[in-house]
Design a protein around this ligand. Structure first.
Ligand SMILES: NC(=O)C1=CN([C@@H]2O[C@H](COP(=O)(O)OP(=O)(O)OC[C@H]3O[C@@H](n4cnc5c(N)ncnc54)[C@H](OP(=O)(O)O)[C@@H]3O)[C@@H](O)[C@H]2O)C=CC1
Ligand SMILES: O=C(CO)COP(=O)(O)O
Length: 326
């Protein structure tokens, strides 16, 4: 497997900026691509991104709006929101001159197609081997160099391992796996479940309810994962249980914060991406198409769509028939 000397990061939001920092720390030559030319020029000159305030971008990171420049890298990380990943890879594909690996760093499932991120990449850039990076990692923690461990999956184990070597450092520790689907399911579902937990916290249902919802949330994530062929160790690993614990317990999470505001009867924070809001409807469609029960996720989807009030959704969950724990 060739060494990856250069890395391009597509999407200069909080996560893209943190990942550019990670790749620079690992010794790669890094290009960070922003879709907006003024945004790119401003980050390039100030070395500061308002989407990740307080983090100083290393001088060696090149910030650009030129996609052709980014497309020359040996590997590409896509850090746009999940619903924009296809558009970003479509644009990138026309500039690629070699079959470089494309790593999805977004957490979600595509609306309409029910496709996971690596499937979208495979369609939009058929010659580029897809991979996925996911796990418990807040952009702010990662950019500040606080210790983080994540999972990086590709179907080809040698590729997954080489990508880990290219990005890993003492404080950013990726573990490799070939269970691509398992990693994708954990990252997508945990955001929806964190909204549920946020709602419960906002409604002051107590710490016991928070633990119960997180655990029953994990049970439904696992049910879907098993049905789609995910491995048990992935679901209980960093990208599954690990990320669920982080997101369902920390107010730093935008998904938890989104639910918290809803639970309190307030407007969710403006301008903050909460992927669970977009994943909820497609997650329950996907689950239904496989006859998998996901009652917590269904409650979140029905609240977000206005089909149910919060109180009715909570009451619906609390009056479900008693059953064996599985
Ligand atoms: N923040 C975090 O801690 C983590 C986030 N993630 C995941 O990373 C993904 C991105 O999140 P995050 O960076 O936090 O979100 P942000 O809202 O901070 O940034 C999203 C970025 O994507 C850009 N963007 C939007 N649409 C497109 C497009 N069509 N083409 C190119 N760029 C586009 C935006 O550009 P513009 O600035 O011009 O609007 C913005 O810079 C999400 O799926 C999230 O779940 C994963 C792990 C951690
Ligand atoms: O994915 C994340 C942590 O692993 C970021 O979570 P939020 O998008 O909820 O902030």
């Amino acid at each position: 497997m060739t060494a990856f000397r250069s890395v391009a990061v597509i999407g200069a939001g909080a996560w893209g900026t943190a990942l550019a920092t990670v790749a620079a720390r690992a010794g790669r030559n890094v290009t960070l691509w922003a879709r907006n030319s003024e945004h790119a020029a401003r980050i390039a000159s100030t070395r500061d991104n308002p989407r990740l305030p307080g983090v100083r971008l290393a001088p060696e990171i090149v910030v650009t709006h030129e996609l052709a420049e980014a497309a020359r890298a040996d590997m590409v990380l896509i850090a746009t929101p999940a619903q924009h990943l296809r558009g970003a890879v479509n644009m990138l594909a026309s500039h690629l001159t070699k079959p470089v690996p494309i790593v999805a760093c977004a957490k979600g499932i595509e609306h309409g197609t029910h496709k996971f991120m690596t499937d979208v990449i495979a369609e939009a850039a058929p010659h580029a081997p897809p991979a996925i990076l996911s796990g418990p990692s807040f952009a702010d923690d990662v950019a500040r160099g606080l210790p983080t461990a994540v999972t990086l999956a590709a179907k080809d184990e040698a590729l997954a391992s080489a990508l880990v070597q290219a990005l890993g450092s003492a404080t950013f520790r990726p573990y490799h796996t070939t269970d691509v689907r398992g990693v994708e399911i954990g990252g997508a579902a945990k955001n929806v479940l964190a909204i549920a937990v946020g709602i419960a916290v906002g409604r002051k249902l107590g710490a016991s309810a928070q633990a119960a919802l997180t655990t029953r949330g994990f049970a439904e994530l696992t049910r879907l994962g098993r049905a789609l062929g995910a491995r048990g160790e992935t679901l209980t690993g960093l990208s599954g249980l690990g990320d669920l614990i982080l997101t369902c317990s920390s107010p730093q999470s935008r998904n938890l914060a989104h639910g918290l505001a809803l639970g309190r009867g307030e407007q969710p924070p403006a301008g903050k991406l909460a992927e669970g809001e977009f994943t909820a409807p497609v997650l329950i469609e996907l689950a239904a198409s496989h006859n998998i029960e996901m009652p917590v996720s269904e409650a979140v989807a029905s609240i977000l769509s206005g089909r149910s009030t919060i109180d009715a959704a909570i009451s619906g969950l609390l009056t479900r028939p008693f059953k064996a724990e599985e």
